[in-house]
Design a binder for this molecule. Structure first.
Ligand SMILES: [Zn+2]
Length: 178
């Protein structure tokens, strides 16, 4: 169990510490996410909600509709015409132009957390593997009773992932389980 995120970066939100909406802290405005929807049958992600069927996989609406099982067909009849459904994920997107703001936010977090704790983290990022990171797990015992500090550390870690992903990839998509 737990809430994971994937996309350009991957990882697991810190249990009881880190919100699925944490990437919001690296945006100039809040609530800059979209709710993720997927098409029935083919499960492609919906890029444009006006496209009622998936035109990547089907030549027309009826072809797509006919590929649905009976349960999905009755959902479509109940909830409207679109051949997609809501998922338990939200999506953040960051591009190159946001890099400067993200760096400022990371600097602020570093000041709040303190440079000695940051270096104790022994933070390592795996550029080959969805920018997953590892840290020294002893911090969880050491700061067990300091939930606010752990929250800041978790935020700093995902911020580092986003920054590194943009630097090497040009942009960063994050699908977050909620
Ligand atoms: Zn499709």
């Amino acid at each position: 169990m737990g809430r994971y995120y994937h996309g350009t970066i991957a990882g697991k939100f810190w249990f009881t510490i880190q919100s699925s909406y944490d990437p919001d802290h690296f945006k100039k405005q809040t609530h800059q996410y979209t709710e993720v929807k997927q098409y029935y049958s083919c499960t492609c992600y919906v890029e444009n909600e006006k496209k009622l069927f998936c035109n990547q996989c089907y030549s027309n609406y009826d072809d797509h509709y006919n590929s649905l099982d009976e349960v999905d067909k009755s959902d479509v009849l109940t909830y409207g015409k679109s051949l997609y459904y809501e998922t338990n994920q939200i999506k953040y997107y960051f591009d190159n132009f946001e890099l400067n703001f993200i760096s400022i936010k990371l600097n602020e977090l570093e000041k709040q957390i303190g440079s000695s704790i940051i270096s104790d983290l022994d933070f390592q990022i795996d550029e080959e593997n969805d920018f997953e990171y590892e840290i020294n797990n002893q911090i969880f015992d050491k700061y067990d009773d300091q939930k606010e500090l752990l929250e800041l550390i978790a935020r700093w870690c995902i911020g580092q992932q986003i920054k590194k992903a943009i630097e090497l990839n040009g942009d960063c998509d994050i699908f977050c389980e909620i």
